[in-house]
Design a protein around this ligand. Structure first.
Ligand code: ZN
Ligand code: ZN
Length: 229
């Protein structure tokens, strides 16, 4: 079954994302774009996934629970999980490893927790766009222990990309899948890896069109993760 996807979208819980990135608006835009599966991957937290999943249900879009973790090396890791509960457990783990620095919404932006009808239900005080004190291997191991997959995010990008930071994708980390940004058009792929391409959308109009796809048995988080492992 062909699954058109965008597995890297930020909600208004990420301070750097637009406040229009609400659960219902993300689901609606993904539907208009013809996507079958999406993932909202906020920085180091999972607290808007439940709302996005409920909002997407009415559009028939599968939501893969996800988080964009930042390692101690300042590298971004896209972690996808089979269930909301496992993503939330990872989110709590990552939040507890952030430095105790408060968000300054006037500088960094708001960090709003929403419900599925786009009402604000809370906010996170600690600044989410910091590096955790966890090395890459620890984040990857924890994600895998929870049944998820850990993907080196936007590897073509200088900021927070693994290649620009470490000079390569080290073999010992044993990544199965790497993510390319929407700006990587003729990236030279390494046959060792699977690749996905995501928008990393921080505004609604950046959410992917019906371009990138996976062929999967069925469009569920578990099947998609199995495909990327
Ligand atoms: Zn990133
Ligand atoms: Zn991102």
């Amino acid at each position: 079954m062909r699954c058109f996807y965008d597995f890297h979208i930020h909600s208004c819980l990420s301070p750097c994302a637009d406040m229009d990135m609400t659960p219902h608006s993300i689901a609606g835009m993904s539907y208009i774009n013809g996507l079958n599966a999406i993932a909202v991957a906020d920085h180091n937290t999972a607290r808007n996934i439940r709302a996005v999943t409920k909002a997407a249900e009415e559009y028939g879009i599968c939501v893969v629970p996800a988080i964009e973790a930042e390692s101690a090396e300042n590298i971004h890791l896209l972690c996808l999980f089979p269930t909301i509960e496992t993503a939330e457990e990872m989110g709590k783990f990552l939040e507890s490893h952030l430095p105790p620095i408060k968000n300054r919404p006037d500088i960094f932006g708001e960090q709003w927790i929403m419900n599925e009808v786009d009402e604000k239900t809370g906010e996170i005080d600690v600044l989410l766009i910091n590096a955790t004190d966890l090395p890459i291997e620890e984040i990857k191991a924890k994600a895998e222990l929870l049944g998820g997959v850990c993907i080196a995010a936007h590897i073509d990008r200088e900021k927070n990309g693994i290649v620009a930071t470490l000079g390569c994708v080290p073999d010992y980390l044993e990544f199965s899948t790497l993510e390319l940004s929407r700006h990587a058009t003729d990236y030279e792929k390494d046959g060792k890896y699977k690749y996905i391409s995501d928008s990393d959308a921080h505004i609604l109009t950046d959410i992917s069109e019906k371009v990138n796809f996976l062929d999967v048995g069925e469009i569920t988080p578990a099947e998609i993760i199995k495909n990327l492992k």
